[in-house]
Write a protein that binds this ligand. Structure first.
Ligand code: PMV
Length: 361
């Protein structure tokens, strides 16, 4: 699939109808991390994530034909029922990027209502769930004009559009595991959109648990956008991109055989490599906090003492994602309550688990 195949031919199909559509779209947590991209949102390496379930965004888009023709995008955006100006620029930029592929958006006025299942400013990135939910709503509008669009094409284009809003959003359409970025061993993997991982998946991974420990809810000092940019010209960039490719190769075998010690090794290596890139870029920066390290050390001690298959991963922030198989749920949750909650800001954490993707409501 190439970019021009995603262009929807408006003139033949725009029905000019009004309507409303609602999607609930999940967040995801990367196992192999994406860090470094070129325009337009093309990743420098393959990534794969668990789709989550409880952390999601619900978005409703109400649409009707514009009363007079104009080139401007005509929309209002409401977050938690309140009109939100700070999201306006982001949506406008998203519309600019996607309009070549869904030109009908110039002919409509939109009212976008959105909200997250997780607390606002929890430090959990809402861009993946938010951008994918909006992309899915726009695709439902396209589908209303083009009812023969297949589910495969629908999901592929939703992921393609979501990617243009936020790279990791490309992985939030389906589940339980989604790959984004070309990899020689993964059939149909693409830099343009995420695809549901089609290799064999051991049962242990379809019920994996993720408890997100909210260590720091403040605004990040360095945005992901800048962090990705700093990978261009980074002294370790090429080795990092190679490492991600090799880790993906190793993970393919592990996803099939369910070997959890090797799984843990790759997951933690990926998280630390991501942060090592931040610590060695120019300018350098650190997003982990003292409590992030305290939690990591406690996880390592507990793993050694208990034999539970618990590990951690991090995204671009201080929060810790604690990953563990369903069989260890009770022991790990007791450990989290007893030892880790004290390191969370206001004691806040979220229990989540692997999910199957976005839902039309
Ligand atoms: O989607 P972005 O541009 O916010 O980048 C996210 C990058 C990481 O979360 C750090 C890794 C990943 O693959 O999700």
């Amino acid at each position: 699939m190439i970019e021009k195949n995603f262009i929807f031919n408006l003139n033949t199909k725009d029905t000019g109808a009004s309507g409303s559509v609602t999607w609930q779209s999940p967040s995801n947590i990367a196992l192999i991390k994406y860090w470094g991209k070129t325009d337009p949102q093309i990743p420098k390496n393959v990534s794969i994530s668990f789709t989550l379930s409880n952390c999601n965004t619900q978005t409703t888009v109400k649409y009707r034909p514009k009363s007079s023709i104009s080139e401007d995008f005509d929309f209002k955006i409401f977050f938690d029922q309140k009109e939100n100006q700070s999201f306006r620029r982001k949506i406008e930029q998203f519309f600019e990027r996607v309009v070549p592929y869904i030109p009908f958006i110039r002919n409509y006025e939109f009212e976008i209502h959105t909200g997250n299942s997780f607390p606002h400013s929890s430090g959990i990135a809402s861009s993946a769930s938010g951008m994918s939910a909006l992309a899915l709503c726009l695709m439902s509008i396209q589908k209303s004009m083009d009812p023969h669009l297949s589910e495969i094409d629908f999901n592929q284009k939703a992921s393609f559009l979501a990617r243009l809003g936020s790279g990791s959003a490309a992985r939030s359409i389906e589940g339980p595991l989604v790959v984004w970025g070309q990899h020689h061993s993964i059939f149909k993997s693409s830099n343009l959109y995420g695809t549901k991982y089609s290799g064999e998946i051991h049962d242990v991974f379809t019920s994996f648990q993720d408890t997100i420990l909210l260590v720091d809810k403040g605004e990040k000092k360095v945005s992901s956008t800048l962090g990705h940019k700093l990978m261009l010209g980074h002294p370790f960039a090429e080795s990092r991109f190679e490492q991600a490719k090799d880790n993906m190769n190793r993970l393919i075998a592990i996803l099939k055989n369910g070997e959890l010690d090797s799984f843990i090794d790759i997951i933690e290596r990926e998280a630390l490599s991501l942060h090592a890139m931040m610590m060695t870029s120019d300018p350098y920066f650190i997003l982990m906090k003292p409590n992030t390290l305290e939690i990591i050390n406690r996880i390592w001690n507990f793993r050694e003492l208990s034999g539970c298959h618990i590990c951690f991963t991090l995204d671009a922030g201080a929060n810790v994602h604690v990953l563990y198989p369903d069989k260890d749920k009770k022991a790990v949750r007791d450990f989290i309550d007893k030892e880790l909650v004290q390191f969370c800001q206001n004691g806040q954490f979220i229990h989540d688990n692997v999910g199957n993707g976005a839902k039309l409501l």
